[in-house]
Design a protein around this ligand. Structure first.
Ligand SMILES: [Zn+2]
Length: 247
């Protein structure tokens, strides 16, 4: 190397070192998180019994657990959110994998549904009674607004904002089977009455409602007859974990 070349070489090396150190000192991009609980206005009594659990979960900030490729239309495996593990002692293994999870289930003999129609997340609340109230579905939690998909073929029966369920969609799958998706951040390009196919993008996971919630999808599988006045609330909720796997 000539003297000039050595000078240029060290100049480039110094510039590279400065750029790398700047990049390292820059804070990493932060995902949207909720403010501390004490700063959140709670405007009404929670409609669901699992909200306290979810708020607690959001403070431990579980990672988004995505399985498989980015564009998959349901989870192929399910993990319990870390903060919820003790409540799942029986159905969860030491790696937090929900052992009785079936990615696709069969109901009413012929209706095939995805058990977790989201592209990422972990289960933060199960179906069942807590403190005397029935949690009519399962909750999938994610820090980021992951896509939510139609769980099966059907038709959009309801698409509206409600104080308790936030941005909500109900899909009619025929044979008296329905699915409900609540607290969506936004709706996909679907409208009431639209036919949908399994895996169609219907919205993004959110935390909408008249109360402050962590981001999650509240997902219900329902059977029965649509109520004349009560609509989807006349239907009977079903625990997705008890349904047989679809072949
Ligand atoms: Zn819920």
């Amino acid at each position: 190397m000539t003297g000039k070349h050595v000078f240029v070489f060290f100049g480039v090396a110094t510039l590279a070192a400065v750029l790398v150190s700047q990049a390292l000192s820059r804070p990493m991009a932060e995902a949207r998180t909720l403010p501390p609980r004490s700063q959140r206005p709670v405007t009404a009594a929670p409609a669901e019994t699992d909200i306290e659990t979810l708020v607690r979960l959001s403070s431990v900030a579980p990672a988004v657990l995505a399985f498989g490729v980015e564009r998959q239309t349901h989870l192929n495996a399910l993990k319990a959110c870390p903060g919820l593990a003790p409540a799942h002692a029986e159905g969860v293994d030491r790696n937090l994998v929900v052992t009785r999870f079936k990615p696709q289930v069969l109901i009413a003999g012929s209706v095939r549904l995805s058990s977790a129609p989201v592209s990422g997340g972990c289960i933060s609340s199960e179906f069942g009674y807590r403190r005397g109230r029935l949690h009519k579905g399962v909750d999938y939690f994610s820090k980021v607004p992951v896509p939510v998909f139609a769980a099966g073929d059907g038709k959009v029966r309801k698409l509206e904002y409600r104080a308790d369920y936030g941005n909500m969609i109900v899909i009619d799958h025929g044979h008296g089977v329905y699915t409900r998706y609540a607290h969506l951040e936004s709706f996909g390009h679907v409208r009431k009455g639209d036919p949908v196919r399994a895996g169609d993008f219907i919205g993004r996971m959110g935390n909408t409602a008249d109360i402050v919630l962590p981001r999650h999808l509240h997902y219900e599988i329902l059977t029965g007859r649509w109520g004349l006045n009560t609509g989807s609330f006349a239907l009977t909720p079903v625990d997705v974990m008890t349904l047989p796997a679809a072949e």
